[in-house]
Structures are given as C-alpha cells and as structure tokens.
Design a protein around this ligand. Structure first.
Ligand code: SF4
Length: 799
C-alpha cells in the first residue's frame, strides 16, 4: 500500500465519494497531497477514476477546513474556540441534562440521539453505536435511511438476509443489464464505463435496458429506454413477470424447488416482513390482471405492450444483472418495488451465478460496510443482527463484556421520526403518537439540514436552544449553522479505517497525511468523550445513571491506551479487530479473516464472507451463500451441474423454509400524486460532478465551476405551454415550500411531460429543493419518498 516514484510518495486507499469503491493512490510531494490516480490492479476500477475521485486531494488543505472545536451556549451567539477537554466536559454535562429531561423506556433513554453517515469509517460507526447503546439508547440512526433502507428491506424479505449475492464481475459475464431507477452514467460512472466496455465489445450480444421516466446520459446509450410515468413501475414489473409466466419462460425447476410465494395482508399478518405463504397457482392468478396492455395503459410514456413482451423475453432468456438506486429506494413503496425486481431474477433463475445478479448500488462509500453491517440504524445491531432479537443483543453484550440487558430491547426512532422528535411541533406529535422529545444529538459527517425531506420544520426545531447539537465534520455545512458545538474531524487519509462498498467488499485506507490544526479522528473523540461521561455519570444520584458509568467506561476501556498513544493507526486497528474478529465472526458478514495486514496487501480489498485469513487473502467470497453451509445451495450444487459455479449460500438465511421468497405486490401509486392544484411530479437527483450536499465537491473549483448552481429541468412541451424559456427563473412550489430555480429545457435530455427534475446539491437557501420534497415514507423501510411529490411551476416574476 506504499511506494515511492521519483519525488512522489504513494499511499493506496479508497475513493472518498460514491459506493463504487474505486481504489486510489494518493501521491504526496514533500509530504503534501499533490495528485490522485487509480489502482490498475483493482478489480473494481482497473486504474480508472471519475473527476470526483481524481480531485479530492484538493480538500486536504482547503482554507475552509474546520481545525478546532467551536462552541456557543445559545444558537443566537457567535462561535468561540475552545479546547477539546472543555468541549467534552460541556458535551457530557449537556448529554446528562438531556437524559434527565427525557424518560427511560424500552428503547432506552428518549432524550439523546446519534445520527451518523455512510461516509464514516466502519470502525467509527461501530464504536459510535456501541457507545450510544452502552449509554442506554437505541436512538442510533444514520443517513443511509435516506438512500438504501428500501434495498435492505427488499433483500431481507426476498433472500432472508441483507445485501447482494454477486458483484461487479457479473457485468462481464452478463448478456443483459437491466438498469432501473438509476442514472448510472452520472452517479456511478466507473461502473457504467464497465457496462459500456462490455457492450462495445459485444454490440449484438450485450443489451442495456434502462427503465426511467427521464432521458438521462444513461438512457441515451441504452438499447431500450422504457420511459414511464413516475411511480408506475410496480405495474410494469408485474407485467414483465406476467409475460414470463404466461409464455412459460420461467425456470420451472428452480422455481418449484427453491422459491416460495408470499403476500402481506394488513390485518391478517402480524409481521409485514413475513406475511403469509401462498401457492404458485395463487401467484399466477395474482398476475393475471397485469397484462402488458393493462400495464402500458398505467405506465404511459413510451411503454407499449410489445415493448413489455420484448423486455420480458430478453430478461428470461439471457443472463441478466439488474442494478438500481434511488429511483426505486426513495419511495413509499420502496421495499415492494425492490421485491419485484428480485422476483424477476428468482422466476428466471437469474441469481447466484456468473452474469446474473440483483445488485442494488449504493451512493455512499460506506453505507453498506459501516452502517448496514456495523449496526448504524435504529433497528439493527452490528454483524447483521437486529435489536428486537434477544439472542442477538446478548451475543453482543457478551462480546463487549457488559451486563445482560445493557442494550434496550426496542428499536429507537428512524430518521424522519428522530428529527420530528427535535422539531416536536403539534403536527409531529399528531403524526407520531407518544413521540418523546430529543434534547441532545451528535451528528457525524453528514448534513441533514440540507438532505432531509420537507425540512423547514426540522430547521426551525434545530434553531431552538432546548436541543443541544454537536456536529463532527471536516467543513462548515448547512447543519453546522445549527450547532452548539462543532468538533473538527480528521479527513480521509488523515486517519485509518475501512470502507465497505456495494458488492460486500471492505477496503482499508491508511493514514498518509497530518490532519490540520486540532482536527482529530472520530474514534479518538468517542474514546475521550466516553471517559469524561463515565466519570460524570458515576457522580449522579439516580442509580440508573450511576449504573451506566461502568458500562460506558467498559465500552471504550479496550481502546484507551491506543487512543493515548496512536489514534491514527493503532486505535483504528484495535477497533477493527474487535468488530471484524469478534463481532462479525460466524455471521453472514464474517470478516474475521480480513485483518488490517491482509487488507493492506490486497489491491481491491476483501468480499465477505471471509471467515479465515486464507480465504481473505484470496479476496473473500465473490458470490454469497457458500456451498457446504446452506442446505439449498449444497443441494443445488450437487444436483445441478449448471449451478456448480455457485459459491453460495448461507450463514444467515433467515427464511424458515430455506427458500427464496417471491412476493405478490400489487400496483399502488405514490403518496402524493399530481392533481389539479399541483399538476406536476417533482423528482430530485444528482449530477456527475457533485456529490450529495456538495460540502466537499462544491469546494473543488474544477467541479464547482461546471455546476455552480442547481436548475429545474422541464420538458420542452410543458415549457412552451407555460411560456418558460431556457434560463428563465422558475417558481417551483409544493404544499411544503418553494424554490426559485433557473430553467433548463432540452430536447436532448430531461424529464417526460408532466414532470420536473431538480438537483439537491445546491446550498443556496432559495434553491435547496428539500424545502419542497415530501417526508412520507415506506411503511417497512421508513425511507422517504424524495422521488415523487406533486408540484406546480410558473415563470418567476419578482415583485
Ligand atoms: Fe470515486 Fe465513485 Fe468516481 Fe469511483 S466512481 S472515482 S468511487 S466517485
């Protein structure tokens, strides 16, 4: 991971941005970051990088970096610099005050919360959630709730366990790539490059199908672009299944032996994740009404019955990889639509073999590794365990050496509920009966006050002085504006740790650069804060609080020495050893063989399960569900020669019948469809050069220069009807808020008629589109419906 060429010292790590996980070399000249290039031996990016990846070295010495702790008692006052000791002292006092203002209940203390990020290192998310659970709360949540919770729900309900079975290598063996709800060309450009390379190498045999209501750079080079009305994809996907069944194109043996059929009926079924089983005949009857003609009528756009038939036949008769992102996940029916994509793979046997996979892409570099696997959401625990399962809680308590019962038994608040417990308006209380207010929150490396939907009331709540807000980050953001305490964090390559990307792959980035000023790694912040808190808790009168003092101390005790001596490397390594070596051991996300030494050796990390050093040294498990462990996979491998390449199955198969589940999910429209008052659909997304809230990419001149502000994309026919010309300012209004944005009208790219599209990276308040978006969420995944709400537009005429 280290080499020298001329006057450049090179250090190998991972890109800081999207969930692709490109491997990079950071070049240092005279010890200063000077250049980034891709790792040629990486099986992810093969030496290539997009502009974001090539330019993030410009952030290390940026003048806006946060370099010392800043504090203000009231949010009306200016910030003043303080020492780390003073910062931890104030934080501990404020946290104890908040605990006392709240209550103790089945989810633990109600008054405090942690809100993390898919950008934090795995070690950081793991230790943050451990600390908060040891303090005694399950109010542990993170921004992946906004981007991939529906994919988690989809995998759990379809496979019985989270995360995909295959990986990027499947693009090279596939014959068809089915891209739905993803602008891969802009949001995952290195993966799109790989898909295009395959297509160019085999123009007649490799087909790309893009399913999206918008003409995007992805759809423009697809063989088939299925353009449909936003929110109608449930009908479309059921119609594809209808054709596959009707024309006898399904894999009869696979379906009869390895699939079962399930439906959730409200009122009848207690658990929506399990529902109840039905017969294949019943599934066929359910699909009867989803004829191509019926679906084409619902979907509109360019969808025809013949197109549906053609795509269904192609899907069923070729090895197919499906990929998707926010277009499916950010929906009130996000889990359902995830299930329906996976259904197509199960019906056609397009799973767990070379060139066949249902692969949900992730937007952040460590949403999978850190948050999904590290326990960074309110209902999950590290190692794919869940809060509600007493056995899982006790396993962790034993590993941590804390008393049985330390982890509260009920999940905490999911994102929208957590932030509603801070805004705590009358409407919030009506929406969430029994909601208890939160008075202290520690936010790490994310900017919820730009990225949350319908955020006006959240921002008003954060502005009040009855909630103490701590933000750990590298730059000022729209969220640090609402902080009481800002803690400067060490940036990527200024500390050591692991990111886990889309395809179950963990990669290490070692420290290479000195952090500026007093910026420190989060692990150091956690360990030092916990010791101050433990001392203060010990002096409390309430025995419930006093009891937590020794638990909090025990939580960080194994790491105190390393935090003192070497917070840049040894501390991270020791936390990783606990997490990977003890917590994931024996779980389906087993990384116990992936030691720091192995991760440093490998040019592209390790895919779990990797239960031994030997397996990890070979890169781990390309395809999940290891034969020999799982009865189904073993049986399949023994009895079906064509499946002998399965390296699959099951450390954590949760489905009791040991089968993959095909779900019956009827078509249901979005939560807020357009109407006479708000006749357009508003959808949001990203551009290639900016990443999320642009707190980083907005500070790189080459990227900011290309996209200095957000705009609203309007279909030319709508623009003509409303008298809007390119560049005109347009008032975009929803039931929740308004924005004023310049118009982009293109005959080449853009949304279909009746739809507008806005980017969410812009930090200028009049263009921050999340004042307008909708915070209705999927009942299973709790992920909000950013992708669809009703809006109206008109040319803006200033008064
Ligand atoms: Fe980084 Fe993603 Fe670009 Fe790769 S595709 S260089 S991971 S931003």
């Amino acid at each position: 991971a280290y080499k020298k060429e001329g006057d450049i010292e090179w250090v190998r790590g991972v890109c800081r941005f999207c969930g692709t996980g490109c491997k990079v070399w950071l070049g240092l000249k005279n010890g200063k970051p000077a250049i980034i290039r891709g790792e040629k031996d990486s099986q992810i990016n093969f030496g290539f990088l997009c502009m974001k990846g090539m330019l993030f070295y410009k952030l290390f010495r940026h003048p806006d970096r946060l370099t010392q702790p800043l504090y203000r008692k009231s949010k009306k006052e200016p910030f003043k610099p303080i020492s780390w000791e003073k910062a931890f002292d104030i934080m501990a006092d404020e946290m104890i005050k908040a605990i006392k203002k709240g209550e103790w209940g089945p989810m633990g203390w109600t008054g405090i919360a942690y809100y993390g990020s898919g950008q934090a290192l795995t070690e950081e998310t793991y230790l943050f959630q451990k600390l908060f659970r040891c303090i005694g709360t399950n109010h542990v949540e993170g921004n992946p709730r906004l981007c991939m919770a529906s994919a988690v729900g989809g995998y759990l309900t379809s496979y019985g366990t989270d995360e995909p079975a295959g990986g990027y290598a499947d693009f090279d063996k596939a014959q068809t790539v089915f891209i739905i709800g993803s602008n891969t060309a802009e949001c995952h450009p290195i993966l799109y490059r790989r898909i295009m390379k395959n297509k160019l190498a085999n123009p007649n045999g490799y087909m790309v199908i893009n399913v999206d209501p918008r003409v995007s750079p992805t759809s423009k080079i697809a063989d088939i672009h299925m353009q449909f009305k936003p929110g109608t994809d449930l009908a479309l996907l059921n119609a594809l299944a209808h054709v596959i069944i009707k024309e006898g194109l399904y894999d009869k043996e696979f379906v009869s032996k390895y699939c079962s059929f399930h439906i959730y009926t409200k009122g009848r079924d207690k658990n929506p994740l399990i529902g109840h089983a039905v017969s294949f005949e019943e599934y066929k009857r359910f699909l009867e009404k989803y004829t191509p003609e019926y679906a084409a009528e619902i979907c509109g756009g360019n969808i025809t019955p013949e197109m549906i038939r053609k795509v269904a036949r192609r899907f069923a008769t070729t090895r197919t990889v499906s990929i998707w992102t926010m277009g499916l996940n950010q929906r009130t029916r996000g889990v359902w639509v995830n299930n329906l994509v996976t259904n197509l793979h199960l019906l056609t046997g397009n799973v767990c073999k070379d060139g066949a996979d249902a692969l949900s892409l992730t937007g952040q570099p460590n949403a999978c590794g850190g948050v999904r696997e590290g326990g960074g959401l309110c209902h999950i625990l590290p190692g794919h365990r869940v809060v509600k399962n007493a056995k899982h809680r006790h396993q962790l308590e034993k590993i941590w050496g804390v008393p049985k019962g330390t982890i509260p038994p009920k999940p905490g608040y999911h994102t929208v509920k957590m932030f509603s417990a801070i805004s705590y308006t009358e409407e919030d209380k009506r929406r969430f009966p029994g909601l208890k207010p939160i008075h202290f929150i520690w936010i790490e490396e994310t900017s919820p006050l730009q990225s949350l939907p319908n955020m006006r009331r959240f921002r008003e709540g954060f502005a009040r002085d009855d909630v103490f807000v701590v933000v750990t980050d590298i730059f000022p953001t729209r969220t640090t504006e609402f902080a009481n305490l800002i803690l400067p964090a060490a940036f990527h390559f200024e500390k050591t740790g692991v990111y886990g990307c889309t395809e179950r792959r963990s990669q290490l980035t070692p420290k290479a650069v000195k952090a500026p000023g007093q910026a420190m790694p989060e692990l150091w912040q956690i360990v030092n804060f916990a010791q101050v808190l433990a001392k203060k808790l010990k002096r409390e009168r309430d025995p419930k609080l006093r009891k937590r003092a020794s638990i909090v101390y025990q939580c960080v005790a194994p790491f105190i020495e390393a935090a003192k001596k070497d917070p840049w490397w040894t501390l991270s390594k020791e936390v990783w050893n606990e997490y990977a070596g003890k917590v994931t051991k024996g779980q389906d996300s087993d990384l116990s063989g992936a030691t720091y030494e192995v991760l440093l050796e490998r040019p592209d990390g390790v895919q779990w399960p990797a239960p031994t050093v030997e397996i990890a040294r070979k890169g781990g498990t390309l395809r999940r569900f290891v034969v020999g462990k799982d009865p189904i996979a073993t049986k399949i491998a023994q009895t079906h020669p064509e499946y002998r390449d399965w390296k699959c199955i099951d450390y954590g198969h949760l489905h009791k019948d040991h089968k993959f589940w095909v779900w019956l999910r009827p078509y249901k429209g979005p939560a807020e469809p357009p109407d006479a008052e708000y006749p357009f659909v508003l959808s949001t997304g990203r551009v290639i050069d900016h990443w999320h809230t642009a707190s980083m990419t907005g500070r790189i001149p080459e990227l900011a220069g290309d996209y200095p502000y957000a705009w609203v994309e309007i279909n030319p026919k709508d623009a003509q009807r409303l008298g809007i010309n390119p560049g005109d300012l347009v008032l975009v209004e929803t039931r929740r808020g308004k924005n004023i944005l310049p118009a982009r009208i293109s005959t080449d790219e853009g949304p279909m008629e009746g739809m507008v599209f806005v980017y969410w990276y812009d930090q200028e308040k009049s263009r921050m589109i999340n004042f307008c978006t909708l915070d209705a969420f999927d009942p299973g995944s709790k992920q909000p419906e950013f992708k669809i709400c009703a809006c109206r537009i008109k040319k803006y005429a200033p008064a």
